[in-house]
Design a protein around this ligand. Structure first.
Ligand code: GDD
Ligand code: MN
Length: 382
């Protein structure tokens, strides 16, 4: 093979057989005169995208395809591509023709000749726009950019961009720490490295020509999780925060269910176990059950999105969640009783404040123990 190219363009693909040959041809035109290689990383797409690229690679040594059989996912595909790349500048772009290839030489030049560490194709910079985006998608993107500005030490106008070039040094400095599960890879590169010189070049985001997007609607959720993780991940895992928020919503659902049950006239039942036991008001377990269901749904589709269960798998997972929730109730009651009986802590507080404090402490203990049970069993490694 010839000497190393200056620029490596990494193109992750999944079911892009209709787009990829058009893109590769356009890139050859746009990059004419530069020394480059084009690396397509395909996760063994059912539509045989890899085959299309393989055919082109046999005729042009600047084209290469990596067909992955086991691994999946956008960020991990980008890392795979970078690990095989030989260029001094490493570019990433979508295969679906949404990223305007005509600015790629300028982006590459920023790294190769102008000493920048990263160059970003931006829809929010001068000369850029989001194309035909709905109001809600625009708003989400703006919110994401604002959150990134507040949370990260760097300023970039389009932190969700999937179109960028970084230097080999930036790749070396950060690759080890990048979360291969996500797809906010730009953020991971520029959020981890300090004091980067970043250039932004505006471009107009095009509509997808063929096929469909693989990323919505989890894109935005995952973006915020990644942002949080970059900043505070070492202090507390983001899934714990989301789990806590879901738990908080469960308190409301519980209350709502209780009131509903009450309004529907659910009866009191005497437990019959012992005459000294209080009657159980059926509205209470009804509310609790409702909260368990809504907590499961929210945790499965928000907190543990990457590990979510699908289809029938939900049944088994839900039973586990139910079981753990009931165990949690037991833990809660036990801890509360313990604190209550021993009159600790806050002995100096008025009775109802002490009660509230004890409930709060019991809730925290039960929540933490349930969290660990759930990440080990309900959404454990599979
Ligand atoms: N190998 C591989 N594996 N490639 C993937 C995978 C995967 O699991 N999922 C998606 N891709 C490829 C697609 O084939 C496409 O070339 C590129 O990654 C981006 O996927 P799209 O499905 O087109 O994403 P999008 O257009 O919704 O999202 C774009 O905009 C987002 C922000 O607005 C991307 O550029 C995102 O990175 C960006 O965050
Ligand atoms: Mn796209």
């Amino acid at each position: 093979m010839s000497a190393s190219p200056s620029l490596s363009v990494i193109i992750p693909t999944y079911n892009e057989s209709k787009n990829i040959s058009i893109l590769l041809e356009r890139l050859k035109t746009a990059l004419a005169g530069l020394s480059y290689e084009l690396i397509v990383v395909d996760d063994n797409s059912p539509d045989r995208t890899w085959e299309v690229v393989e055919r082109m690679a046999l005729e042009d040594e600047r084209v290469q395809v990596i067909r992955r059989f086991e691994e999946r996912g956008l960020s991990s595909a980008v890392l795979t591509g970078m690990s095989a790349a030989r260029g001094r500048a490493l570019a990433v772009m979508d295969a679906d023709l949404q990223h305007d290839e005509s600015i790629l030489p300028d982006l590459a030049r920023a790294i190769l000749a102008e000493n920048y560490d990263a160059a970003i194709g931006s829809r929010a910079a001068e000369g850029g726009d989001y194309g035909e985006w709905s109001k809600s998608r625009l708003l989400m993107s703006r919110a994401a950019a604002l959150a990134a500005r507040i949370m990260l030490p760097i300023r970039i106008s389009d932190p969700m961009s999937g179109y960028f070039v970084i230097s080999r040094e930036v790749y070396h400095d950060t690759a080890d720490e990048i979360n291969p599960r996500g797809f906010k890879i730009l953020l991971e590169f520029v959020g981890r490295a300090r004091n980067l010189k970043i250039k932004e070049i505006g471009y107009s985001f095009r509509n997808r020509l063929h096929g469909e997007t693989k990323l919505s609607p989890s894109v935005v959720r995952n973006f915020f999780v990644a942002l949080y993780d970059l900043r505070f991940g070492k202090i507390m895992p983001p899934s714990f925060i989301l789990y806590g928020l879901v738990g908080l919503s469960g308190v409301l659902v519980n209350l709502l269910g209780f009131r509903l049950g009450e309004a529907a006239g659910l009866p009191h039942v005497v437990t019959g176990l012992s005459p000294r036991l209080d009657p159980i008001y059926l509205a209470a377990p009804f509310g609790y059950q409702l909260a368990i269901i809504s907590n499961y749904v929210l945790n499965n589709w928000i907190t543990f999105w990457e590990k979510r269960h699908r289809g029938w798998g939900n049944l088994k997972a839900f039973l586990m969640f139910e079981y753990i929730s009931l165990f949690g109730l037991l833990v809660h009651t036990a801890v509360f009783q313990l604190l209550h009986i021993n009159g600790f802590p806050g002995g100096f507080l008025a009775e109802e404040w002490r009660q509230t404090l004890n409930i709060g402490l019991a809730t925290i203990v039960a929540m933490v123990s349930n969290y660990y049970l759930n990440i080990s069993f309900t959404w454990g490694r599979r």
